[in-house]
Design a protein. Structure first.
Length: 143
C-alpha cells in the first residue's frame, strides 16, 4: 500500500560539481609538477662560410693540406699516407710540419668521405698539438 499518494519521490541524482572540482585540482597539480623538455637547450649556432673567391694558386706558407677521398685514403701535401692508426697519421703530420710554427691544418674532404675519416684527421691534429683546423668547400655557381 502506498500511503504517500500525492507526494512524488525524487529520483536520486549525482552531483557533478564536486567531481569536476576534484578533476580540475588534479589537472592543475599535473600541469604544475610536470617538467617539459626545454627546446632552448637544443639550439646550436651553425658555422658560417665566407663565399669569397680564393686564389688557389697562392701557396699558404704556414699550412698543411690534408686530403681525404671517398674511400678513406689520406694525402698530406699531396703525398699519399698509408693509414694504420691515428698515431701514424699524427707522426706524418708532425714530420710534414717540421719547420712550421703552429700550422693551419686544411682538410679537403670528399663529399662522400665518411664522417669518421674526417674526425680521424682532426684527432691526429689534436694529438700533434695543432689546434688551427679549417675545411675547404666548393661553391656551386649558377650558369
Amino acid at each position: 500500500m502506498n500511503f504517500q499518494r500525492g507526494k512524488h519521490s525524487d529520483e536520486p541524482e549525482i552531483n557533478l560539481v564536486p567531481m569536476i572540482d576534484v578533476l580540475l585540482v588534479i589537472l592543475i597539480f599535473l600541469v604544475v609538477t610536470t617538467t617539459y623538455s626545454k627546446f632552448a637547450e637544443l639550439e646550436i649556432s651553425l658555422p658560417q662560410a665566407n663565399t669569397e673567391e680564393v686564389d688557389k694558386n697562392v701557396e699558404k706558407p704556414n699550412s698543411i693540406d690534408i686530403t681525404v677521398n671517398a674511400t678513406g685514403e689520406y694525402t698530406i701535401n699531396r703525398v699519399p699516407i698509408k693509414f694504420s692508426s691515428i698515431e701514424n697519421l699524427r707522426d706524418a703530420l708532425q714530420s710534414s710540419a717540421q719547420d712550421l710554427e703552429d700550422p693551419f691544418i686544411i682538410i679537403n674532404a670528399d663529399a662522400k668521405a665518411t664522417h669518421q675519416s674526417v674526425i680521424t684527421v682532426m684527432e691526429a691534429a689534436r694529438l700533434a698539438g695543432y689546434n688551427k683546423i679549417t675545411f675547404t668547400t666548393e661553391t656551386h655557381r649558377a650558369q
